[in-house]
Design a protein around this ligand. Sequence first.
Ligand SMILES: Nc1ncnc2c1ncn2[C@@H]1O[C@H](COP(=O)(O)OP(=O)(O)OP(=O)(O)O)[C@@H](O)[C@H]1O
Ligand SMILES: [Mg+2]
Length: 246
Amino acid sequence: MSQVIVVASGKGGTGKTTVSTSLALALCRKNYKVLIIDCDSGMRGTDMMLGITGRLVHDLSDVISGSCTLEDAIYECEGAKGLFSIAAPISAEDEVSPQVMKQFILDHKNDYDYVIVDAPAGVGSGFESAAIAADRALVVVNTEPISIRGGMNILNKLTEYGIKDVRLVINRFDAERFVKTGLYSDLDEVIDASGIQLIAVIPEDARIAALSQRGILASNWASAGVVFDTLVERLRGNDVPIVIKL
Ligand SMILES: Nc1ncnc2c1ncn2[C@@H]1O[C@H](COP(=O)(O)OP(=O)(O)OP(=O)(O)O)[C@@H](O)[C@H]1O
Ligand SMILES: [Mg+2]
């Protein structure tokens, strides 16, 4: 059965788009058919990370307004068979309303194994549209109090929308910096502060940044992407331990 996963964060720049695209690639590597919907109207990002910007003509707002067909606006990623994406409107004014987005996702989700929705930062305009049809959510945080507070805001909103399956992704984790800054005594304190059950810790890794900025064909994907392979296993309900050395 198809699953819709929204990837959200309270604070900007925590790594939502990186996690969305890397997770989509990892799912694809397991032969799942995946659609990424970019909901960050006016900003976008998945097209760059997936290397389709040069081919991009139509976006979500064109489909909704009827000025192109769905097929026109869905781009399959070169080098990742089975990974499709649809870009966010180029202008924030064309943001798609929650009701329209919900119908759109419900109409098309069963054509895919997974639909990943890359949300805009925060709980403002656009967040509800991104979250409204989600079956589950990943909240991406960095190990800083402001980021954790943002994660709590997201959790509250998701609870309001009735989304119960919410998991925490700690991204850009750097053990040395974590210990040096002394903001938290350990990762359990971070998890407790967020109030969200942990599903993955993604390391600070220049290869992940390079992957996300250069498009999907970065030659070193395999080693940098292993952490997303284990995220896929946990999403599938498999018990893969999270081992972090401080
Ligand atoms: N694990 C990581 N290691 C190193 N760099 C990372 C990692 N995750 C993300 N980055 C870098 O952090 C920056 C922000 O990432 P990204 O664009 O994915 O965040 P975002 O939450 O989608 O931002 P926005 O709120 O603007 O949509 C990018 O330059 C990205 O390459
Ligand atoms: Mg983003």
